[in-house]
Design a protein around this ligand. Structure first.
Ligand SMILES: *Cc1c(COP(=O)(O)O)cnc(C)c1O
Length: 346
């Protein structure tokens, strides 16, 4: 394999945006006859599968998302990748797919990031190397059943800073569509949860909103999440509240922010069902996930009724800003991290 790791790619890191860029290497491992092969890096970005593959017919697939980036001291690291490995194993179990072992996940991650070192943006650029592990049914099925063959891959692609010129609060609408049924698949990271959310997303955009707030489908009175991020609320006396439900995706960012709030900022944190009708009582609102860490929400619109948070439409609320600064400080190596949170690759 030709060594492409030496020189950094000549990219305008601050302006690359968020779209797929083909990088040099990706990791591939195949599951067949009841076991995973040893796995390898490849330069081929294309996947060739049978026309009747389980992914194409019955959408048997799950994925993860995390980032590699350069810290203040020049190391290349990822943030809590063990939790991505574990969550993917949970997704596989729910979707009747074979689990990719955690140690192998970690090893594959290190290999693919190292091989694409030239694509890891420099410290201070605000850009990161987005990492997408995923698994799909590659073997043919026509009768409805789990496939006998699977492929696990990790692709990486550089992405620009999420917020260019500061984080402006967004406006979201209460959706008329539902995201995930009770006892369904809302808690697993599967493409199927996204396929059905695309229409809701397009409708929200067409109506001038940035995102959807999905409610619990059973009663449509509790807040769940958006298509791809969990909610955070801050009360007027500075308590962090996060919605609790079996059908929201267990965001690693949200779980980390809860820890940061309690152990770094001394805040009270409550994880409980949150009613739509109580939103007007909160002082601040945000969305959290790997991509943005936190996006501030300025306004929620429920069928013409506006719920405006006191933090306003100009900037992040003060508590959410503190949470954001502390977590990103930990990630970038400016603030000491809890044991095991920063995984050094190089
Ligand atoms: C991935 C995802 C999130 C965010 O999870 P992180 O681990 O923080 O990136 C939130 N909601 C949904 C539906 C997701 O798929």
């Amino acid at each position: 394999m030709e060594d492409k790791t030496m020189e950094k790619k000549n990219l305008d890191w601050a302006n690359i945006g968020f779209s797929y860029v083909t990088t040099d290497y990706r990791y591939v491992s195949n599951y067949k006859d009841g076991k995973w092969d040893e796995g390898t890096l490849t330069e081929d970005p294309n996947v060739v599968i049978n026309e009747c593959a389980g992914i194409l017919q019955y959408c048997q697939e799950c994925f993860e998302g995390l980032k590699a980036y350069t810290t203040e001291d020049g190391s290349i690291v990822t943030f809590r990748p063990d939790l991505n490995a574990e969550r993917m194993m949970d997704s596989c179990a729910r979707l009747e797919m074979p689990q990719f072992p955690k140690e192998r996940f970690m090893d594959a991650l290190d290999k693919v990031v190292k091989a694409n070192e030239a694509w890891v943006p420099p410290y201070g650029s605000g850009a990161t190397l987005y990492i997408r592990p995923y698994m799909f049914a590659s073997g043919p099925v026509i009768g409805v059943k789990p496939s006998n063959e699977y492929q696990f891959r990790i692709l990486v692609t550089p992405v620009g800073p999420y917020f260019k010129g500061g984080a402006k609060p967004i406006t979201i609408c209460v959706s008329d569509f539902d995201r995930a049924a009770p006892h369904g698949t809302g808690h697993v990271k599967a493409g199927l949860n996204y396929a059905m959310s695309l229409h809701a997303h397009e409708v929200a955009h067409a109506n001038g909103f940035d995102e959807n707030m999905f409610l619990d489908p059973a009663t449509r009175t509790y807040v769940e999440e958006t298509g791809g991020a969990n909610f955070l609320f801050v009360t007027k006396d500075g308590e962090l509240v996060t919605p609790k439900s079996d059908s929201i995706l267990p965001s690693i960012t949200r779980r980390s922010l809860v820890y940061v709030a309690e152990h770094y900022l001394g805040m009270k944190v409550t994880q409980r069902p949150v009613k739509l009708s109580e939103l007007g009582d909160f002082a601040e609102c945000g969305l959290c996930g790997t991509a943005a860490v936190i996006s501030p929400v300025g306004k929620v619109v429920d069928h013409g009724k506006e719920i405006c948070f006191p933090s306003g439409m100009e900037k992040m609320g003060p508590t959410i800003q503190k949470l954001y600064d502390t977590l990103t400080g930990i990630q970038m190596g400016r603030i000491e991290a809890p044991e095991g949170w920063i995984h050094k690759i190089k």
